[in-house]
Design a protein around this ligand. Structure first.
Ligand SMILES: Cc1cc2nc3c(=O)[nH]c(=O)nc-3n(C[C@H](O)[C@H](O)[C@H](O)COP(=O)(O)O)c2cc1C
Length: 278
């Protein structure tokens, strides 16, 4: 148990790694495997997605209702500001996870900004899949990492083997951003369906969501995970896919990440000596 951070101490978990809410994927099999490996599986929390909306719901009311119902963990996607003012004495942790849409450089600077601006502990999210990433996040001031894509490529992930193998084969161009014109940019696997969505939304100045709704359907996306036909619909996958080359158990993955993070931090500290003279 090499890591002791606010996250591990507060939740009593062994390794500072979270499995974020994942539609169709973050089911009991996934969550329990992550928890048994020492991480935080996300099933019994509430996920509040705060992306730009024409009529934004009352997010604070949602969050208060969740707290009143005894929910211990709230994960947010998008800007968590509307609910950060929840009374900090409440026994609920709020995990703000950066939506998976921007470039790496911006993410780096955003994480530095989190460390500078936030008065509460934060967890870095998006693009993490290994121990070097965990080490980096800790150095940047985060208390742990949140992963989605990496957990999809585990033995226990309740999705078709074809999808896991498709992720292993992906390079850095395996994803695509869609729905930008609808101010709801989303990173998805680049496949026949998302290329069609991309084509339609970029074919005119003012496309209507109805024109792509049938392609974006969640039911079709679910079919991908069930049948293994990776062109059956749209499905979420992050940039980390380009780095993922194996399908381990969650236990193997968590131990590898821990070991790699320790190695990375030791190597980095060996570059420094307080005896070094300029
Ligand atoms: C298959 C999949 C489904 C997801 N579903 C949701 C969702 O329904 N709502 C949400 O806010 N985030 C969702 N996410 C985002 C994850 O909770 C997490 O923040 C993200 O995957 C972290 O980035 P990474 O994939 O690069 O590790 C999903 C991610 C994946 C990979």
């Amino acid at each position: 148990m090499p890591f002791k951070t606010w996250l591990t101490e507060t939740l009593g978990i062994k390794v500072p790694i979270v499995q974020g809410g994942m539609m169709w994927v973050g089911r009991a099999e996934m969550t329990s495997a992550v928890a048994n490996a020492g991480g935080l599986g996300f099933l019994f929390g509430v996920n509040i997605t705060m992306l730009p909306a024409i009529n934004a719901p009352d997010y604070l009311a949602y969050a208060k209702a969740a707290v009143q119902e005894g929910i211990k963990i709230i994960e947010t996607a998008g800007n968590p500001e509307p609910i950060l003012n929840l009374n900090s004495s409440l026994p609920t942790g709020v995990f703000g996870t950066a939506t998976n849409i921007r470039g790496l450089l911006q993410r780096w600077s955003r994480r530095r900004m989190c460390a500078q601006e936030l008065k509460i502990p934060f967890i870095a999210s998006g693009g993490f899949c290994d121990g070097k990433g965990l080490a980096t996040a800790l150095v940047l001031g985060a208390q742990g990492i949140n992963m989605g894509t990496r957990w999809m490529c585990t033995v226990e992930a309740p999705i078709h083997q074809n999808v896991k193998e498709a992720i292993v084969k992906m390079d850095e161009n395996g994803t695509i951003l869609v729905l930008r014109k609808f101010r709801n940019t989303t990173r998805l696997a680049r496949n026949e369906v998302t290329l069609e969505v991309h084509k339609i939304e970029n074919s005119k100045l003012d496309p209507q969501f109805q024109e792509v709704a049938h392609l974006m359907s969640g039911a079709r996306g679910r079919g991908v995970y069930e049948t293994g036909d990776i062109n059956a619909g749209v499905w979420s996958v992050g940039l980390a896919a380009g780095l993922i080359k194996s399908i381990p158990t969650c236990e193997e993955l968590a131990r590898t990440i821990e070991r790699e993070a320790v190695d990375a931090l030791s190597k980095a500290s060996s570059l420094y000596s307080n005896r070094a003279s300029l």
